[in-house]
Write a protein that binds this ligand. Structure first.
Ligand SMILES: C[S@@+](CC[C@H](N)C(=O)[O-])C[C@H]1O[C@@H](n2cnc3c(N)ncnc32)[C@H](O)[C@@H]1O
Length: 304
């Protein structure tokens, strides 16, 4: 099975430089590396664990699918005393060393290695200090279990996790049915999974950072929904382009959906003309205005 990593899309050098600059600005202005929202989201995940499994983190086996470069939620569950594993298709770089830097070059290319090194030097130290302070517990890298692995092929025994969560990862997976089947396989019958998807057809779904929070700030340069139109400002990331209805079909045919939560945004930028243009391209109003969906799922129960 081929592995599609985040930097799978071919874009011009100019777009890559712009993207690197936008990411730098996003870290600086705390759109990324925001300890406060990371802790708030972590509290939500702990609540989901308690509500859906009746367990506390210290008694739970947890999997973070696509934990990201800083593996933030894996580290917070580790600080809670949970038996947590974070997996990611790219080399997580919450720590950096010369040997790790060369490993990133070898596995994910020089571009990813340079981005990780820059983020590490410029932002990580402060971010982890703030994260510990904000959470009121020390966030430590000691003995944390983080592995390089593809969500489509999980190297775990069947039925071993109480909680599986994945945040803004599924939109980057090239074979979503394979990933859902793997989550179903490794989830305990008493367990639950929480899958948060940033939807591609939404106004921010093209991952253009100038449109990332359209209700807070907007771009005068990049047209809204550019990624569904001329795509003049492509993002430096692979995206599978699935709609919410396709996700629903995939989840329904493999697992039981307990609950679904959606968040909408960007309504004031959708003129009638634009809506018609994008409808012709196959996107409904719901597609265009639904920013994200969270699927709360468990294994299908046997009816007999
Ligand atoms: C936008 S980041 C989100 C990281 C983290 N979940 C967070 O909320 O900060 C998406 C992550 O998904 C990872 N990813 C993409 N495809 C993957 C796959 N097939 N298997 C595992 N991880 C994957 C990427 O490498 C990247 O670290």
């Amino acid at each position: 099975m081929k592995n599609v990593t985040m930097s799978g899309q071919k874009i011009s050098v100019r777009s890559k430089i712009k993207s690197a600059f936008d990411i730098y600005q996003a870290h600086k202005s705390k759109i990324f590396s925001d300890a406060k929202s990371a802790v708030s989201y972590h509290k939500d995940l702990v609540k989901y664990l308690q509500v859906y499994t009746g367990l506390e983190p210290r008694n739970a086996r947890i999997l973070d699918v696509g934990c990201g470069q800083t593996a933030t939620q894996t580290l917070l569950f580790h600080a809670d005393g949970a038996k947590v594993t974070g997996i990611d298709i790219e080399v997580p770089t919450y720590k950096m060393s010369p040997s790790l830097f060369f490993k990133v070059i070898k596995l994910n290319g020089i571009e990813r290695a340079l981005k990780s090194l820059s983020r590490h030097i410029l932002f990580d130290k402060n971010f982890f200090i703030e994260l510990s302070r904000e959470y009121g517990k020390e966030v430590s890298f000691e003995k944390v279990d983080i592995r390089i692995m593809d969500a489509k092929s999980l190297a775990f025994d069947p039925s071993c996790f109480d909680l599986i969560f994945s945040t803004t990862v599924f939109e980057h997976i090239d074979d979503v049915p394979a990933a859902v089947k793997e989550i179903d396989r490794v989830l305990k019958p008493s367990g639950a999974a929480v899958i948060f998807v940033h939807l591609f057809p939404s106004i921010s779904g093209g991952h253009c950072l100038e449109w990332i929070f359209p209700d807070k700030f907007s771009s005068s340069e990049v047209p809204p929904w550019d990624h569904l139109r001329d795509n003049k400002y492509p993002a430096n990331a692979y995206m599978n382009r699935l709609t919410i209805s396709r996700y629903r079909e995939i989840f329904r045919s493999n697992v039981e959906i307990i609950k679904e939560e959606t968040v909408r945004d960007g309504e004031r930028f959708l003129s009638k003309e634009l809506e018609l243009e994008l409808n012709k391209n196959g996107f409904s109003k719901e597609d265009l205005l639904t920013r994200s969906v969270t699927f709360f799922i468990r294994k299908k129960r046997n009816v007999n």
